[in-house]
Structure formats: structure tokens, C-alpha cells
Design a protein around this ligand. Structure first.
Ligand code: HEM
Ligand code: NAG
Length: 336
């Protein structure tokens, strides 16, 4: 971990310098809205809050040094944000008298973490550049930084998102895929937001880090519905882990049993040896359609990195609000 942190900090210094030289070329990488106007772009805050990337990186670096799992948790926050009416920081809103937010939805309750890290980043940014940086952009940059700090690839994050005024528990329940899904069910949720089968297999590679509760995978251990290609020894270890309470929200297993805090292609290698933790992970090699991509990534870590960057940029561009909608929240937990 310390090794990756050191390397990342050096790389980051180089990238900041190279960014200055390539300012103009960033326009070709902009994400275009339906009206043809640029919605998200690289360098949106270059004038208004030039230190945003360095500030976010240093807070995420500190958080990951204190708790390596935090990288996984911050990455997942961005995913759960984007899948529910776009990347608009709806996931960060606490319940109000007028809506029940997403934090208590099934996929999120007793599970999402990292909100305090976003809060400290936001408060420093509010001090330096008041009412300028959206909470949704903080989530997107923190997700990228979490990957870099765990040894994964770096890419330029497109920014300029705006924050929602509301959140929807029902939409979180409907849009976020569940752990017992098969490929068809997973695909329905990804297609629903405009992502492809390849995006689905690629983004599932995020399960190369982080943890899951017995509650999310213990139905696999009951003997019914065990997928072909499952490793029996692995299942027995999980069975013992969860024996005391199969519905436990506190007993956790690593999603990547081999390199749990490193962002690498080990997730795909594990699937081929039957050691995917969730039913939805192991399901990716049952279907021929998805198995091909799993094998390609298992054999070629750089292909996985390249694919992951592209799919993250796509997911990060889901339903961006334009300048006329949404707001820049002062506190990520509440609408202004
Ligand atoms: C393909 C459909 C997906 C399903 C069914 C799924 C399901 C889950 C479940 C059940 C957990 C464990 C949560 C818990 O027990 O508290 C989890 C954890 C996690 N998921 Fe996913 N997920 C999916 C896709 C993704 C995507 C697209 C990303 C990010 C790009 C992602 C990132 C993560 C991370 C990093 C963790 C670990 C979080 C931590 O340790 O705090 N997942 N996921
Ligand atoms: C774990 O949390 C879920 C809600 O996510 C709940 O339904 C379940 O009963 C909890 N398990 C235990 C053992 O409390």
C-alpha cells in the first residue's frame, strides 16, 4: 500500500505538470450533451478552483492510508450515485421531510460508507472556492483517485456535474442491481441506464477490491442454486465464516479473495477458478457472452485497465445536469 501511495504521488506530480501543456487538447475529450453543447469536460474548474484535484487526492490518500478498504467504499459511492438518475450526488442526501433518500434503500442500508470523507473534502473546498464545486464531481474524482491509490490506472475525469435537489429511495431500489442476479438481470439494470454488456463485465471488475457482508452472499451457501464452475473449497470457507449468522451485516468477506486491496485483474482470474464471491460475480462465466470478456481481462491486465477507464468515463457521464438544472450544494448532505 505504501508503495502504491509513493508511486501514485510521484505520478500525480508529473500529470499535473503535463496537464498544463495539454490544456487545449482537453476540448476534444468533452462529453457532448444532446443539444451539442459541452456538458462535462476536463478542466472545468481550472479557473474557478484550480487546486481541486490536489485537494481531493490528498484527502483520499489520507483516508486510504488509514483504512485501505475506503478506496473500495468511495468507488462504490460513485456507482450508486450514477445509477440512480445520473451522477448528481443524490446518494449523499439525508432524508428530509419532503423525500426519503437513498441511504436507506436496500442496496445501501448497512452498507455504503465513506460519507464523512466526502464531507471533509467538501468543507475544505467550500472554504477555498465557495459554492463552486459540485458534490457529484467530488464523488467522481474521489472514485478515480481511489483506484490510482490502490495501484490501478489514472485517467482524466470529466467534470461540471451539478447536484440534485432531491433523491429517491424507490429509484435506488429499482435501479441498482442485486447480488443474486443472473446475467440477464444484471444486463437489464445496465441497459436501463444506457450501458452495454461489455461495460457490465468491465465495471464488475471493481469487485477487485472491498468487502461484502454474509447477508449478500449467504443464499449461495445453502446448496440450492449453486452455479456450475463454483469452487467447493471456497464455498466451504464462506460457509464457516457465515455459519453463526448467515444474515450478518458485520461479518465480511473480501470480494477479491486473493488481492483484496489492490486494483488489478485478479477478480477475473478468481472467476475462472470459481472464486467469485457474489452470485452476480460468478454468473459472469456461466454465460458465453460474458465469459469471453472475463477471459480476455484475466489474460491481459492492460486491456482491463483500458476498458475500465472507458466504462468509468461512460458511467460518470450518465444524465449530467446542465447549467440550468440542479445546484452546487454547500453541504453534500442537504439541498441548499
Ligand atoms: C454488476 C452488478 C453489481 C452488483 C450486483 C454489485 C453488488 C455488490 C454488493 C452486494 C456488494 C457488497 C455490499 C455489502 O455487503 O455491504 C458490493 C460491493 C462493492 N461494489 Fe458492487 N455490485 C455491482 C457492480 C459494481 C460496480 C459497477 C462498481 C463500481 C464501478 C462496484 C463497486 C463495488 C465495490 C468497490 C464494493 C466494495 C465496497 C466496500 O468494501 O465498501 N460494484 N457490490
Ligand atoms: C442486515 O440488514 C438487512 C437490511 O439490509 C436486514 O434485512 C437484515 O435483517 C440484517 N441482518 C441482521 C442479522 O440483522
Amino acid at each position: 500500500m505504501a508503495f502504491y501511495l509513493a508511486i501514485s504521488l510521484i505520478m500525480f506530480g508529473l500529470l499535473i505538470r503535463s496537464n498544463v501543456a495539454t490544456t487545449n487538447s482537453s476540448f476534444s475529450k468533452d462529453c457532448l450533451g444532446t443539444d451539442g453543447n459541452s456538458v462535462l469536460k476536463v478542466g472545468f474548474y481550472r479557473e474557478s478552483c484550480p487546486d481541486i484535484e490536489a485537494i481531493i487526492f490528498s484527502w483520499v490518500g489520507k483516508a486510504v492510508l488509514d483504512d485501505p478498504r475506503m478506496a473500495a467504499s468511495l468507488l462504490r459511492l460513485h456507482f450508486h450515485d450514477c445509477f440512480v438518475n445520473g451522477c448528481d450526488a443524490s446518494v449523499l442526501l439525508d432524508d428530509t421531510t419532503s423525500f426519503q433518500g437513498e441511504k436507506t434503500a436496500g442496496p445501501n442500508v448497512n452498507s455504503l460508507r465513506g460519507f464523512e470523507i466526502i464531507d471533509v473534502i467538501k468543507s475544505e473546498l467550500e472554504y477555498l472556492c465557495p459554492e463552486t464545486v459540485s458534490c457529484a464531481d467530488i464523488l467522481a474524482i474521489a472514485a478515480r483517485d481511489s483506484i490510482v491509490l490502490s495501484g490501478g490506472p489514472w485517467w482524466e475525469v470529466q467534470v461540471g456535474r451539478r447536484d440534485s435537489l432531491t433523491a429517491s429511495m424507490a429509484d435506488a431500489n429499482n435501479n441498482i442491481p442485486g447480488p443474486n442476479s443472473d446475467v440477464a438481470a444484471l444486463m437489464a439494470k445496465f441497459q436501463n441506464v444506457g450501458l452495454t454488456l461489455v461495460d457490465m463485465v468491465t465495471l464488475s471488475g471493481a469487485h477487485t477490491m472491498g468487502k461484502a457482508r454474509c447477508f449478500t452472499f449467504s443464499s449461495r451457501l445453502l446448496g440450492n442454486g449453486i452455479l456450475p464452475n463454483t469452487n467447493e473449497n471456497f464455498m466451504q470457507i464462506l460457509q464457516q465464516l457465515c455459519a453463526a449468522d448467515p444474515n450478518s451485516n458485520t461479518t465480511l468477506a473480501n470480494l477479491d479473495t486473493t488481492t483484496p486491496t489492490t486494483f488489478d485483474n485478479q477478480y477475473y482470474i478468481n472467476l475462472l477458478s470459481g472464486e467469485g464471491l457474489l452470485q452476480s460475480d460468478q454468473a459472469l462465466i456461466v454465460s458465453d457472452q460474458t465469459r469471453e470478456t472475463v477471459e480476455a481481462y484475466a489474460n491481459d491486465p492492460l486491456a482491463f485497465y483500458e476498458g475500465f477507464k472507458q466504462s468509468m468515463i461512460k458511467m460518470g457521464g450518465l444524465a449530467p445536469r446542465t447549467i440550468n438544472s440542479g445546484e452546487i450544494r454547500r453541504n453534500c448532505r442537504n439541498p441548499n
